[in-house]
Design a protein around this ligand. Structure first.
Ligand code: MF3
Ligand code: CO
Length: 248
C-alpha cells in the first residue's frame, strides 16, 4: 500500500527535507582534498542533531554512521572511515535525517577538485536523469513513467543503470512502498496520487551496470571498477506536479 500523507505529515516531511538540504549545504565547503569521510560524517551528525533531528541511517539495520559516503567506483552505502579524499575523486554523500518521526533522504555526488571530462559528464548526466524522472511525478502518471524517463537518459549517454537498488516512498519510515526502479516501461506500475512522498534516486555507472558488495556487508561497488554517480531528492506529489522537499 502506498501511503497518502496528511497535511501535518507533509509539514514534518518538509522540515526533515530542509534539514537534509541544509546539511548538504553545510558539508559542501568541507568536501576537499585531505578530509576523511569519517570527519565529514561527524560534521553531518553534529549538524543534524543541532537542528533537533536524528541521523536516520545510524543504526538502520546496523549501519554504523550518519552518512553513506561512496567514493569513485563505490555506488552507495559506503561506510565513512579513514579514507582521505584526493583531487580527482568523486563522492556520493547520502544524507537521511528524521524529524519528529518523519524522514528526509537526499544524495548528491560531488567532485573533489578537478575531475576528468568523462567523470564530470557522468555527474551532469546522472543529475539530468534525476530531473527527467522527477518531471514525470504528477497525479495520473505511473511509477513506470519515472523509471522509464531515468532509463532513457541513461541510455542516451550509454551509462550502466544499477538495477538492484531503487528509489522508494518516504514517510514515517525511511523506506516505504513503492519501489521506484531506474529502468522500466512507461504506463506501468502504481498510479501516482497527490500527497504521496517519494525519493527518486538514479545510480548510474560510467561502465557496465553490474555491482558487487564488499566484505563489510554494506559498500556496493561497480563490478568493473568504473566510477558511479548517485543523485537523489525526496519530493511530495502536489495537485499538478511535485515539490522538492530536500532542496531550496
Ligand atoms: N538513502 C539510502 C537509501 O535510500 C539510505 C541508506 S541508509 C543505510 O538506500 F543505513 F542503509 F545505509
Ligand atoms: Co533513498
Amino acid at each position: 500500500m502506498i501511503n497518502i500523507k496528511s497535511n501535518r505529515e507533509i509539514e514534518l516531511l518538509k522540515i526533515a527535507g530542509s534539514i537534509v538540504y541544509e546539511t548538504h549545504q553545510y558539508l559542501k565547503p568541507f568536501i576537499k582534498e585531505g578530509i576523511t569521510t569519517k570527519e565529514l560524517d561527524q560534521l553531518a551528525e553534529d549538524f543534524i542533531r543541532s537542528k533537533g533531528a536524528i541521523p536516520s541511517c545510524k543504526g538502520y539495520h546496523g549501519f554504523p554512521a550518519t552518512l553513506c559516503t561512496s567514493v569513485n567506483e563505490e555506488v552507495v552505502h559506503g561506510i565513512p572511515g579513514d579514507r582521505k579524499l584526493k583531487n580527482g575523486d568523486i563522492i556520493s554523500v547520502d544524507i537521511c535525517a528524521c524529524y519528529k518521526g518523519y524522514h528526509g533522504d537526499s544524495a548528491w555526488t560531488y567532485a573533489v577538485g578537478e575531475v576528468s571530462k568523462e567523470v564530470s559528464d557522468l555527474l551532469k548526466q546522472t543529475e539530468e536523469a534525476l530531473y527527467a524522472g522527477l518531471a514525470m511525478v504528477k497525479p495520473g502518471n505511473r511509477i513506470g513513467d519515472i523509471s522509464n524517463a531515468v532509463e532513457n537518459v541513461a541510455n542516451k549517454y550509454h551509462l550502466g543503470v544499477v538495477r538492484e537498488l531503487v528509489g522508494h516512498g518516504v514517510g514515517h519510515n525511511l523506506h516505504e512502498a513503492p519501489d521506484i526502479p531506474n529502468y522500466g516501461k512507461a504506463g506501468t506500475g502504481p498510479l501516482i496520487k497527490e500527497g504521496m512522498v517519494f525519493a527518486v534516486e538514479p545510480m548510474l555507472n560510467l561502465g557496465e551496470a553490474d555491482i558487487c558488495m564488499l566484505d563489510d556487508g554494506w559498500t556496493i561497488e561497480t563490478y568493473d571498477g568504473s566510477p558511479s554517480a548517485h543523485f537523489e531528492h525526496t519530493v511530495v506529489v502536489t495537485k499538478d506536479g511535485y515539490q522538492i522537499l530536500t532542496g531550496e
